[in-house]
Design a protein around this ligand. Sequence first.
Ligand code: BG6
Length: 524
Amino acid sequence: MLVRLVGSLLRVALLSKLSLLELVWDRHFTIQWHMQKQEIFKPCDLVIYGALGDLSTRKLISSLYRLEKAGLIEDNTRITGVDLHAINTSEFIQTAQKSLLDFLNEEIDETVWKQFSDRLSYLQIDLTQMDQYKKLNTVIDPENRVLVNYFSVAPFLFKHICQGLDQSGILTKESKVVMEKPLGHDLKSSQDINDAFAEVFNEDQIFRIDHYLGKETVLNLLALRFANSIFTSNWDHNTIDSIQITVAEEIGIEGRWGYFDHTGQLRDMLQNHLLQILTFIAMEPPVNLEAKSIRREKIKVLEALRPITADNAAEKTIRGQYAAGFLNGAPVPGYLEEEGANPESTTESFVALRVDIDNWRWANVPFYLRTGKRMQNKRTEIVINFKQLAHNIFKDSFFVLPANKLVIHLQQQEGVEIHMLNKVPSIDGNIKLQKTKLDLSFSDTFKENTLFGGYERLILEAMRGNPTLFLSREEIEQAWIWVDSIQDAWKHQNEAPKPYPAGSWGPVASVALMARDGRDWEEE
Ligand code: BG6
């Protein structure tokens, strides 16, 4: 039991000796887990549907290679790529090698590559044709390996694959299905997808990915909040003034205009990644680290989100769309000038929101969320602004004492900073204060540790059958209820998104959203 718990969040960290684990678990747990290693690892048949697609090419193949390199893939595990194109296994292996050359960002180790490529095979299957699923029988071995089906395809194929797998009779109670967002476009479509899965799989066989939950720094939020008493006791409306969450991206649409224009930044980033970060920051302490305990607390936060409706959307939301601008000194086109663009599109590439959480802990503590494409730099960051002190005895230094801040850099330059005031050393008889930072940079502190990416961790956890880092149906549907209300309010408003130059921090209106409350965004 205890061992499952350890495995839940931190097994990759353990194997790679990541120190996040050391913050939370003592030696006793570590030893117990190692004793159970044999029992936990089981060989799998990992089948990737959409193996020649964007996600597989950019992320999955290189993540699997890195797991191979770290010795984390069971010897007898096999990986099968499935797609519509008529290629054979050796051509698939060449494609996989090209993916590594393009996206691995490190040299390919020949021995590791040999071992990895020996696991690969390819099947050409038209996923809409039920009779073609029997081809899977030529590669999978349900008696000796657990079938893990990774759906890296457009959602319209989800139902076909579920039916195809069901009818082919290859599924067992141990089989798993791993699916990628978008899990729907709204509550209704998300329910349809979940219903299609539920016809064939039990909930404990379903692994819904939000890759932010695989990020080391997102998981570290649990350690930061629940393993450090300075934060456990200072984490509510008594001490915190407001919270900001920024997920800024430098990239634009990257050839995905068709998908993105239909989706927009609210659905693409906020419904999932930002709300996940928000739930980690806002949830009550879970009873333990098991999936059901954590999910229960996250759902409570989602249920407590104050609805944004047509009545308050104008004060609480900003929609933006990037215009041409400059990034890193080079000119970049606007959203409407991207390849394949519809010049009339009113889809948002930027969103800023004021979010209120109606529960005891967060009464009158606004959460400001913003996310956008083509922003000044890539930055995922949480800023916890503490309250100002009621009385200031250091008026010589500051007429108004700056409040403390906790800044958590989730990506890039991962780390945690505390902004505080210190006396400037001097002997002149005065006490002069200066703003300073306590700075814990992860790359400096954990130099020796391999930092694994979100996909590596999540693929591994799915193969192990550990649900902790995956989303429950209820969680996703609750998030859609809240987001649908914003989407409806925007429809009702019927306003064009506010333009912002590529390479900026979004529309000026997003500054005004904060300024109205007497606050401002944390900038570098
Ligand atoms: C994906 C979105 O879920 O997350 C993309 O669909 C976005 O539009 C990406 O670029 C960002 O992920 P990360 O890990 O680079 O922050």
